[in-house]
Design a protein around this ligand. Sequence first.
Ligand SMILES: Nc1ncnc2c1ncn2[C@@H]1O[C@H](COP(=O)(O)OP(=O)(O)OP(=O)(O)O)[C@@H](O)[C@H]1O
Length: 227
Amino acid sequence: MAIVSLKNIKKIYLKGALEVKALNGITLDIQKGEFTVLAGPSGSGKTTLLNIIGAMDRATSGKALVDGVDLSLLKPKDASNFRREKIGFIFQDYSLIPVLTVYENVEFSLDLLGIHDKESKKEMVETILKEMDIYELKDRRPSEISGGQQQRVAVARALVKKPSIILADEPTANLDSVTGEAILAMMKKLNEEYNITFIFSSHDLKIIEKAKRVVRLRDGIKEGDSS
Ligand SMILES: Nc1ncnc2c1ncn2[C@@H]1O[C@H](COP(=O)(O)OP(=O)(O)OP(=O)(O)O)[C@@H](O)[C@H]1O
């Protein structure tokens, strides 16, 4: 069974009296363990689609089933539980908490899940920091490390809670091409090692060509799908 199953998803934003059709009938299945990029020009609907899959936003019409949950039926509180338990988010601007150290940023993800036992948290956080090769940076604040290192912290924070799906909106957009490709290689390794489903957006051709499956969007419509 597909971990993400979208049927005829439409999203219309209202801008005053103006309707913006951001998604115009997207049908898409993604299997568990796939490594998929949503590609397409600016404004094609990539962020909107990621937000719907992650229950950050709701489709205007259509059916979205993610890890067995029908997202259209979720009340706001259930949506926030769903996000916390099932989804790891990675953002273009890293979105780390500036006053917390690298260690605490990753640990916070477990606090939100209600895991409070110091020792088990320590084991989980340290394992993932080592995996991401940022263990030596654990006591620094985000402002004291590079952009590529901050994005590795963001990946660690998403991953530590062992989510079913990781959603990443332009995760390499603010990085130079070498660092961006290193982050992508790391995501791919984690995808293969843990069989975590990755769905990310990009309009960088060098990044797109390295994904296993490319779903192309244009004007809110799926115009291509290749693996
Ligand atoms: N909150 C909003 N209110 C109104 N219109 C919106 C809103 N969010 C997005 N849009 C519009 O919906 C369309 C799709 O936007 P979206 O951000 O999903 O595209 P994108 O492919 O992620 O673009 P980019 O690559 O620039 O991030 C665009 O026309 C955008 O202007």
